[in-house]
Write a protein that binds this ligand. Structure first.
Ligand SMILES: [Zn+2]
Length: 201
């Protein structure tokens, strides 16, 4: 089982970048201070009309669904998923695995374009909302409309918000409250769970 730290390296203060690559346990560390800051930032963004959709949750807590649905629009048997995906993709998308940080080429993908679910090809994120979180995972401050679902993930003794494809249920990553403006959210995604297509000129 591969686990990696999900905490972004701040460019200042307490986080030693070297600790990130060697972190052995995925953990959510969202101090109350950051939580309040992100809520304030989101409120300010709302007031300034910077938030694309008013229904967009301002905090990861608000985005938590009750549980992951049993059925999805695109559904295959476990055996079929194994055939359709590479072993690494299967581990992430169907078994909620986490890729090694800095292992995905999509981490360094900076072109204009769209990121798609690797399971069913649903467009899930736009390059417009991608930012460098210094975590080693492709990170976004908001998903595309109607692209993802979330549920509370209590695995490994932590409370996190899991993010999956709305159409096939494939695990994409987690969302945290320590992202940048305008949402204050950090969608921490596995590059293996997505494909990228540059925008045609
Ligand atoms: Zn999908």
């Amino acid at each position: 089982m591969k686990l990696s730290g999900n905490k972004p390296s701040q460019t200042s203060q307490t986080d030693a970048p070297s600790a990130l690559a060697t972190a052995s346990g995925e953990r959510q560390s969202t101090p109350r201070r950051l939580f309040l800051l992100s809520a304030t930032a989101a409120a300010a963004a709302l007031a300034a009309g910077l938030v694309p959709r008013l229904v967009r949750p301002a905090r990861a807590d608000d985005a938590k669904g009750a549980g992951k649905p049993d059925h999805f629009e695109v559904a295959y048997s476990d055996a079929e998923w194994r055939k359709r995906l590479t072993p690494a993709q299967y581990e992430i998308l169907r078994q909620e695995g986490t890729e090694r940080p800095y292992s995905s080429p999509l981490n360094d993908e900076h072109r204009t374009g769209t990121f798609f679910c690797a399971g069913c090809a649903l467009p899930v994120f736009s390059s417009r909302t991608k930012f460098d979180s210094h975590t080693g995972w492709p990170s976004f401050w908001t998903p595309l409309d109607n692209a993802v679902g979330t549920h509370t993930d209590t695995s490994f003794g932590m409370i996190r918000t899991e993010v999956h494809c709305r159409r096939c249920g494939g695990h994409l990553g987690h969302v945290f409250d320590d992202g940048p403006k305008p949402t204050g959210l950090r969608y921490c995604m596995n590059g293996l769970a997505m494909t990228f297509r540059p925008q045609p000129a």
